[in-house]
Design a protein around this ligand. Structure first.
Ligand SMILES: Cc1cc2nc3c(=O)[nH]c(=O)nc-3n(C[C@H](O)[C@H](O)[C@H](O)COP(=O)(O)O)c2cc1C
Length: 618
C-alpha cells in the first residue's frame, strides 16, 4: 500500500506537490513527513548513494529513484513490491515533467503544484492493490525490471546528514561571525565576493525587486547565511560575462508593500541580519513592558464627536517654539547604520522632508556634525552622561555649535537593560562615531552583549538630579528629561528647570515590568500642570495612538522602532513613508473624531479603562 507521496525540487528541497489525502489514516504521519523533508534536505546537499534508494523506517519504507532536478518519493508498506513502487514514481515523473516541467526552476513558494494531487490520487488508486491484473503483469514484465536498489535504514541515512549538518552549522557559525566583516564591506561598496564550489560568485544585492525574468533560478540554500537568516525567498539571476565569472544578482521577494507602519517591521525582518533585527526590535528580559507599550493603547477607546465641519484639518503644532507639520517626532535611537549604510543622514533627511524634529542619539553612527550638515531639519541632541565629564561637555558644546536646538537627557539608563536577544546573539557593534578619538568604544567580550559591556564601561551611573545643575552650567540649550514615568519625577524635573518632559520607558529596553507609557501619561501631565510640555514615546504605531496620547495631554509623541524599520526596509524613503503614514492616519482619526486641529483634541475624546470603571459606578 502506498502511504505517502511527496515531490520536491532537489536544488533546495522545496516541496512542490504531495498526495493530500495521504497519511490521513496513519499514526505518526507528521513524523514520517519530517523524515521525508530531512531526506530531501540531504539530497539538496548532494548526498545520494545509489540510483534507487529504499530507506526503511518502522513498518514502512521510503522509495525514491536517483533524482534529477526533482525527487519523487513514496512511502509504502515493507511488503509492497519495490518494482511497483518505482513504476508508480515513474508514472508520476512522466506526467509531472510533462505538465509542470517548464516552471520547476522558477517555482517560488512551497507546494506551487498542489493541483498535481489529482493525478497522484488517480495513479495511486491504480497501484493500491497489487493483485489487479494490471499490476501483476507489471510485476512480471521484464521491461520494468528495477536494479541497483540500495536498502538502508532511515537512521543511517539521516545520521550521515546529521553529521554533515553539524559541519554546516559550524560553518554557518563562522559565517555569522564573519557577517560583521561582510557588513563593513557592504558599507563600502555593497558587494560581497564568495567562493562556492571553487567558483567565484559575485553577489550584487539589487534591493527589493521581485521581478524575475526567465533564466533566473533560486539557490536559496546556498545564499542565506551571507544575508542573514531571513525567510525571504532569494531569487538569483546568473550571467557569465567574458571573464568567465558568474555574477548573481540577489533579490528578495519581499512582503507586500506596507499599508501601515507595522508592515515595515516585516520588511525590516526580511532585510536585516537576525542579530541586527533582534537588536532593534527587542526589549528587556520578559519583554512585558515592550509588549504592554503597544497593548495599553488598545485598551483606550476614542469618543468621536460627529457632524463637525471637517473640510480642512491642520495637524501642525509647536515644540519648544519650533513649528512642525504634525505632532510626531523621531525618538533618539542608536546605530542607524546597522539598518542602512546611510545611517542617521537618511533619517535626518526624511525628518526634514516631513518637516518634523529628529532627536539624534549620542550613540549615532554618523557624527552629529555630519547629520547637521546634511539637511535643515530641526534637531535635538540626546545625551547620556559619560564617566568622563569633559567628553560629555565637549559633546554638548559640539551640539550647540552645530545648531542642535535642545538637549534630551536620558535619565533611565544608569546601567544597560538586560536585552537577552543581544546577549544570545553576542551582538557585535561598531565604535561610536561621536566620541571617535575621545573615548575608546571598542569592546569585545565573550560574555554576552558587547553593548552591556560598553555602557557599563563608559557611562556614569552616579549622575543624579543634582548634577543637572552642572549640565545647565555648560549649555544655553533647553533641556528635556527623557524617561519620566511618575508624578514624583515629573515634579523633580520641574524643580531642576527642565524645559520639557518625555514620558518614556526606553521602548521597554531598560526596566522590564515598568508601566506602559500611555498608562502613566495623565499622571505626569497632571503633576506638570501645563508648566512645560509633556511628550510621550513607546508603542506608538498608529494615528489613533497619537490621537489618544494627545487627548491624554501629550504635546506630541516620538517614534523609535517604526523609523528604524522604515530605514532598514527602504532607507530615507522608508522613514519618510513611516512618518507620512502616521500623519495620514492621524489626520483621518481627527476627521472622524470631529477635531479640525490638534488643540481640539481633548480629554473628552478618549475613555481609559479607569473611565469605564467610574462610569459603571454611576
Ligand atoms: C534600537 C533602539 C535604540 C535606542 N537607542 C536609544 C538611545 O541611544 N538613547 C535613548 O535615549 N533612547 C534610545 N532608545 C529608546 C527610544 O528613544 C525610545 O524611547 C523608544 O524607542 C520608543 O519606543 P518605540 O520604539 O516603541 O517607539 C532606543 C530604542 C531602540 C529601539
Amino acid at each position: 500500500m502506498v502511504k505517502l507521496t511527496m515531490i520536491a525540487r532537489v536544488t533546495d528541497g522545496l516541496p512542490l506537490a504531495e498526495g493530500l489525502d495521504d497519511g490521513r489514516d496513519l499514526t505518526d504521519a507528521e513524523m514520517y513527513k519530517q523524515q521525508v523533508k530531512a531526506l530531501f534536505k540531504n539530497l539538496s546537499k548532494g548526498h545520494n548513494e545509489a540510483s534507487r534508494m529504499s530507506v526503511e523506517t518502522g513498518p514502512y519504507v521510503f522509495q525514491y529513484p536517483c533524482p534529477g532536478r526533482v525527487c519523487y518519493l513514496t512511502m509504502c508498506d515493507r511488503s509492497y513490491p519495490k518494482k511497483l513502487a518505482f513504476q508508480y514514481l515513474e508514472d508520476l515523473k512522466n506526467e509531472f515533467e510533462r505538465v509542470n516541467g517548464a516552471q520547476i526552476e522558477t517555482a517560488a513558494r512551497p507546494y506551487a503544484f498542489i493541483k498535481f494531487d489529482t493525478f497522484i490520487q488517480k495513479t495511486k488508486k491504480l497501484y493500491q492493490d497489487t493483485r489487479t491484473q494490471r499490476n501483476i503483469s507489471k510485476l512480471n514484465d521484464e521491461l520494468y525490471e528495477v536494479h541497483q536498489i540500495m536498502t538502508r535504514n532511515v537512521q543511517e541515512v539521516l545520521g550521515v546528514g546529521e553529521k554533515l549538518d553539524q559541519v554546516s552549522q559550524m560553518s554557518s557559525r563562522l559565517t555569522s561571525e564573519s557577517r560583521i566583516y561582510a557588513d563593513k564591506a557592504r558599507d563600502l561598496n555593497r558587494q560581497i565576493i564568495i567562493v562556492s564550489n571553487s567558483e567565484v560568485w559575485k553577489l550584487l544585492p539589487v534591493g527589493f525587486n521581485s521581478e524575475v525574468g526567465s533564466g533566473c533560478h533560486r539557490v536559496r540554500s546556498r545564499v542565506p547565511p551571507l544575508l542573514g537568516e531571513s525567510k525571504a525567498v532569494l531569487v538569483v539571476h546568473t550571467q557569465r560575462p567574458n571573464t568567465g565569472q558568474n555574477i548573481i544578482y540577489v533579490s528578495r521577494i519581499m512582503a507586500e508593500e506596507p499599508v501601515n507602519v507595522n508592515g515595515f517591521r516585516e520588511l525590516a525582518r526580511q532585510t536585516l541580519p537576525k542579530m541586527y533585527y533582534d537588536f532593534f526590535t527587542g526589549g528587556a528580559e520578559d519583554q512585558y513592558t515592550l509588549k504592554e507599550n503597544e497593548e495599553a493603547f488598545h485598551r483606550i477607546t476614542i469618543q468621536p464627536k460627529i457632524l463637525v465641519d471637517m473640510s480642512s484639518i491642520d495637524l501642525s503644532t509647536m515644540v519648544l517654539g519650533y513649528s512642525i507639520s504634525m505632532p510626531v517626532m523621531i525618538a533618539p535611537t542608536s546605530r542607524h547604520k546597522l539598518a542602512n549604510p546611510s545611517g542617521e543622514i537618511a533619517t535626518a533627511r526624511a525628518a526634514s522632508t516631513c518637516n518634523t524634529i529628529m532627536v539624534l542619539s549620542i550613540s549615532s553612527t554618523c557624527t552629529l556634525e555630519e547629520v547637521a550638515a546634511c539637511c535643515n531639519a530641526v534637531r535635538f541632541f540626546q545625551l547620556c552622561v559619560y564617566k568622563r565629564r569633559d567628553i560629555t561637555a565637549k559633546l554638548v558644546q559640539r551640539a550647540e555649535n552645530n545648531g542642535y536646538k535642545a538637549i534630551v537627557l536620558t535619565g533611565d539608563s544608569p546601567r544597560h537593560g538586560r536585552r537577552e536577544a543581544d546577549i544570545k546573539n553576542k551582538i557585535i557593534i561598531q565604535e561610536l562615531k561621536n566620541v571617535e578619538g575621545l573615548l575608546s568604544t571598542k569592546i569585545v567580550t565573550d560574555k554576552g552583549s558587547n553593548l552591556d559591556a560598553l555602557a557599563n564601561q563608559t557611562r556614569d551611573p552616579s549622575f543624579t538630579w543634582e548634577d543637572i545643575g552642572w549640565l545647565k552650567s555648560i549649555t544655553k540649550l533647553p533641556i528635556l528629561i527623557k524617561g519620566v514615568l511618575t508624578h514624583e519625577d515629573a515634579l523633580k524635573a520641574l524643580e531642576v528647570g527642565a524645559a520639557g518632559i518625555i514620558v518614556s520607558n526606553h521602548g521597554g529596553r531598560q526596566l522590564d515590568y515598568c508601566p506602559p507609557t500611555i498608562s502613566v501619561l495623565e499622571e505626569v501631565v497632571h503633576a506638570v500642570g501645563g508648566k512645560v510640555p509633556v511628550f510621550l514615546d513607546g508603542g506608538v504605531r498608529r494615528g489613533t495612538d497619537i490621537f489618544k496620547a494627545m487627548a491624554l495631554g501629550a504635546q506630541a509623541v516620538l517614534v523609535g522602532r517604526p523609523v528604524l524599520y522604515g530605514l532598514a526596509a527602504k532607507g530615507e524613503n522608508g522613514v519618510r513613508r513611516v512618518l507620512e503614514m502616521l500623519k495620514e492616519e492621524l489626520e483621518l482619526t481627527m476627521a472622524l473624531s470631529g477635531c479640525s486641529n490638534v488643540k481640539e483634541i481633548t480629554r473628552s475624546h478618549v475613555r481609559t479603562k479607569h473611565d469605564w470603571q467610574l462610569l459603571s459606578l454611576l
